[in-house]
Design a protein around this ligand. Structure first.
Ligand code: ADP
Ligand code: MG
Length: 254
C-alpha cells in the first residue's frame, strides 16, 4: 500500500544566488527568491535599486552572470541567450511595462491576437474571439477597432494587459504599470490587476502604489542596492518594518 504524501507545488519562479552586473556595477546580489503558484509578490524599493533588472532577468530580457533561475521548471542559465528554455519562458510569462509598448500600426484587436496567432499557432477566428473576451474583461471591448494612439493611457495599458493574457501566461510580470499614467487613470488599471489577482494569477509587481500593494500582495519584498533586505506579508513590512533601511524608505513614500 502506498500513502500519498502531499508534495509542495513546484514554485513558478525559483532564483538561487543570482548575481547580475552591468560592467563594474553589481546590480543584483545573491538574490534568493521563490514565488509559488497563485502568489502575488510586490517589489518595492528606491529608484536604481534593481527592481526592473530583477523582473527582466526572469523572462530573459537581461542576462545574469551567476546563479540559477527556473521559471515553471524551465532553467535559465547565466549568459544563456539562445536556450530552448528561454523560448518556452517567453511564451509562458506575460509582461506589462511602464510604457505600454503596443504596436502602434496595429489595431487594438490585432495587438491582442498577433502573438497567439504567430507564436501559438491559434487560428485567427479563435484568437479574435479570445481577444474580444479579454478586452471585455478589462473593460474596453468597444475599442477593438481603434489604434493605440486613439486611446487614453489607461486604456492602452489595459490593452497591454489583455495582450499579455492572450498568451495564457503562467506568470505575469508588471514593471511600474501605472507610473506613466495620469492620476485619474491609475485606478482603472489597478482594478484590472486586482481582478487578475483575485482569479489566482501568479504575479510579480514592481510598483510605488503602496495602498494597492497592501491590499493585493501576499508578500512584499523590499530591495535596496540589489539586495533583498526585507520581505513578508504587507501588514508586517508596512506596519512593522524590521530593517532600518526599510523604515527609512517607507517613511519617505508612505
Ligand atoms: P530600478 O528599476 O529599481 O529603478 P534598475 O533595475 O532599472 O533599478 O537599475 C538598477 C541599476 O542598474 C541602476 O544603477 C541602473 O542605473 C543600472 N542599469 C540599469 N540598466 C542598465 C543598463 N542597461 N546598463 C547599465 N546600467 C544599467
Ligand atoms: Mg525600474
Amino acid at each position: 500500500m502506498t500513502t500519498d504524501t502531499p508534495t509542495a507545488a513546484q514554485p513558478i519562479v525559483h532564483m538561487q544566488q543570482v548575481n547580475k552586473h552591468f560592467g563594474s556595477l553589481h546590480v543584483l546580489k545573491d538574490i534568493e527568491l521563490s514565488v509559488e503558484p497563485g502568489e502575488v509578490v510586490v517589489i518595492i524599493g528606491a529608484s536604481g535599486s534593481g527592481k526592473s533588472t530583477l523582473i527582466r532577468c526572469i523572462n530573459g530580457l537581461e542576462e545574469f552572470q551567476s546563479g540559477h533561475i527556473e521559471v515553471d521548471g524551465n532553467p535559465l542559465t547565466p549568459y544563456g541567450k539562445s536556450s530552448k528554455a528561454l523560448q518556452t519562458i517567453r511564451t509562458e510569462v506575460g509582461m506589462v511595462f511602464q510604457q505600454f509598448n503596443l504596436f502602434p500600426h496595429l489595431s487594438v484587436r490585432d495587438n491582442v491576437t498577433l502573438a497567439p496567432i504567430k507564436v501559438r499557432g491559434v487560428s485567427r477566428q479563435q484568437a479574435s474571439s479570445t481577444a474580444q473576451r479579454l478586452l471585455e474583461r478589462v473593460g474596453i471591448s468597444d475599442q477593438a477597432d481603434k489604434y493605440p494612439s486613439q486611446l487614453s493611457g489607461g486604456q492602452q495599458q489595459r490593452v497591454a494587459l489583455a495582450r499579455a493574457l492572450a498568451m495564457e501566461p503562467r506568470l505575469m510580470l508588471f514593471d511600474e504599470p501605472t507610473s506613466a499614467l495620469d492620476p485619474e487613470m491609475i485606478g482603472e488599471v489597478l482594478d484590472a490587476m486586482r481582478e487578475l489577482a483575485r482569479e489566482g494569477m501568479t504575479m510579480m509587481i514592481v510598483t510605488h502604489e503602496m495602498g494597492f500593494a497592501r491590499e493585493v500582495a501576499d508578500r512584499v519584498i523590499y530591495i535596496h542596492s540589489g539586495q533583498i533586505v526585507e520581505q513578508g506579508p504587507p501588514a508586517a513590512v508596512f506596519d512593522n518594518p524590521q530593517h532600518a533601511r526599510t523604515q527609512s524608505f517607507l517613511s519617505r513614500v508612505l
